[in-house]
Design a protein around this ligand. Structure first.
Ligand SMILES: [Fe+2]
Ligand SMILES: [Fe+2]
Length: 199
């Protein structure tokens, strides 16, 4: 109960974020309801997870902001591309969304660096196999490393993709298999397993 109230508090504080934030959320909703659900889920789960990690309220609130807006770059693409984007020469049109999102967030006054980097780096993998920059784990901003885990878990467990949603256990097992290649930050990943176990 206490944790639920804290989450609502955090969400309420987030909603005081100003016109840019409200407009961005509505833009995402208008663009594609699957993307909107994904963004909301990642935001809620993210607020709960960073509070589990012991982050203080202002830090958690900014993280929630980045989690809600991390895929905002996708709204510049046609909705029909979002779920059916086939790779061409190894590059999908949607692969541009981290850099586009970073640019959009950078144009909003007062957006923290870490929040902008959540958009830019949430598809980077610890082994350098991600995009857009192919960064290794130490070069990825810690907030983006946390988001990488939440984003992947949400995608696996949601009913939003064409694939059958995985149970929490199946999703964690699939992620543990990926972790053999050090895709995620090990410390945050171990904490995330504990977090999911407790919820
Ligand atoms: Fe993304
Ligand atoms: Fe995402």
């Amino acid at each position: 109960m206490f944790r639920a109230l804290r989450l609502i508090d955090c969400m309420f504080d987030l909603m005081k974020g100003g016109v840019d934030f409200h407009r961005s959320i509505l833009d995402i909703r208008r663009h594609d309801h699957v993307l909107y659900n994904h963004s909301l889920n990642v935001c809620f789960m993210g607020l709960a997870f960073v509070s589990f990690l012991g982050w203080d309220a202002p830090k958690a609130q900014n993280f929630g902001l980045g989690a809600m807006l991390h895929d905002i770059g996708l709204i510049q693409l046609k909705p029909e591309l979002l779920n059916k984007d086939a790779p061409r020469n190894g590059f999908k049109t949607t692969d541009s969304h981290p850099a586009v999102g970073y640019k959009m967030l950078s144009s909003m006054p007062g957006m923290r660096r870490e929040v902008r980097y959540m958009a830019l780096q949430h598809h980077e993998n610890g082994d350098g196999s991600g995009y857009p920059a192919g960064l290794k784990i130490n070069a990825i901003d810690p907030w983006a490393r946390v988001l990488r885990i939440l984003d992947h878990y949400e995608t696996l467990t949601s009913g939003n993709s064409s694939k059958r949603p995985k149970s929490s256990k199946e999703a964690l097992m699939a992620m543990a298999a990926l972790q053999e290649k050090n895709i995620f930050d090990m410390n945050y990943f171990m904490n995330f397993i504990k977090f999911v176990g407790k919820t």
